[in-house]
Design a protein around this ligand. Structure first.
Ligand code: NAP
Length: 303
């Protein structure tokens, strides 16, 4: 069974290279002819891992080809997910299975609602990769990817195929809780690093602000039905701030490189969920407004 990978960026290339290396059939889906030509000129995907670079000449095609797709990894940013999924919707076999790799929340549900005949599984990953150049990816941090089903279905048998390809995946019975926990951690740290223009560790000097956000995020998680995601949230945020003190957050790096952020699916989603629940979250809303204003001032999309 061929794995189709839509989105040949950091994580898409990382997954594609490992599947190809394990001898599993894999095809890349690129957005248009221009990207396909650029890919072919590179001769394949280059993965740099532990300082070693390897080239994987994985077959690729544009999304508008006609072959049926049974398994798809959707590996684009959250704000591109709906359009990217729509571009292959007609090719999906009945009962096709998708892994949605997007960070935050909201995009997964939007994609799933447009694909009622497909099985959309959500993923949450702590692996780290970045693009050194087009189709040339650095595997920067080992981690784990959790996959789960919002509809509470059983784990698919092919998880073992992924594991045997060296992709550390595990099944999570409550993937929404995991995604909410990660979203809350992100909301407590990343926006402040953009607003204070600082590394994670410098947030130790803004302890009251961090504590206030964690308090509201905990209330939101409880009200939303994810009390376990709220447990020890402030403690883990403080731990991450200390353990990654020298690092710049992913949102900080996106803004520094004038790249669009996934704010709408992170802090924006938290605020929208609070509104939906009728829960006043003044600190989170104020943070959201300040962040949006800061993005606008830099000429970046504020959603
Ligand atoms: P990325 O490097 O920006 O790659 C996204 C890719 O999607 C790009 O190659 C882009 O194509 C492609 N794409 C977008 N729309 C498309 C379409 N309609 N058709 C075909 N291709 C399309 O993103 P990423 O870092 O891999 O992140 C993907 C998701 O994983 C994000 O939600 C991110 O937050 C999450 N995540 C990433 C990491 C990490 O370390 N990178 C870790 C954990 C979670 P072009 O090249 O043509 O623009």
């Amino acid at each position: 069974m061929t794995w189709y990978i839509l989105g040949a960026g950091s994580l898409g290339c990382l997954w594609a290279a490992r599947l190809a290396r394990a001898g599993q059939p894999v095809r890349l889906l690129l957005r248009d002819r221009q990207r396909l030509d650029a890919y072919r000129a590179c001769g394949g995907i280059s993965l740099i891992e532990d300082g070693q670079e390897s080239l994987y000449p994985i077959p690729a095609e544009t999304a508008d080809q006609s072959g049926q797709i049974q398994r798809l990894l959707l590996a684009c940013k959250a704000y591109d997910a709906e359009a990217a999924a729509a571009s292959v919707a007609a090719r999906l076999a009945p009962g096709a299975e998708l892994i949605l790799l997007q960070n935050g929340l909201g995009s997964q549900q939007a994609v799933a609602s447009h694909l009622p005949r497909a099985r959309c599984l959500y993923a949450s990953s702590t692996e780290g990769a970045f693009r050194a150049a087009d189709f040339r990816v650095v595997f920067a941090g080992k981690g784990q990817t959790w996959v789960g089903d919002e509809q509470q279905g059983a784990a698919p048998g092919w998880l073992d195929e992924l594991k045997s390809a060296g992709i550390p995946v595990g099944w999570n019975d409550d993937i929404l809780e995991r995604l909410w926990r990660k979203l809350a951690m992100n909301c407590a740290i990343n926006p402040l690093t953009v607003l204070h223009q600082c590394r994670n560790g410098e947030l130790a000097g803004h302890a009251d602000e961090v504590a206030g956000l964690c308090d509201e995020l905990g209330k939101l998680l409880h009200a939303g039905g994810y009390p376990q995601a709220a447990e020890q949230l402030h403690g883990e945020v403080q731990h991450v701030i200390a353990a990654t003190a020298a690092n710049y957050s992913s949102m900080y790096q996106d803004v520094a490189q004038s790249r669009r952020t996934e704010i709408a699916y992170l802090l924006g989603h938290a605020c929208a969920e609070g509104d939906r629940l009728g829960l006043p979250l003044p600190r989170l809303h104020a943070l959201h407004q300040r962040l949006r204003e800061s993005l606008r001032q830099r000429g970046l999309p504020d959603a």
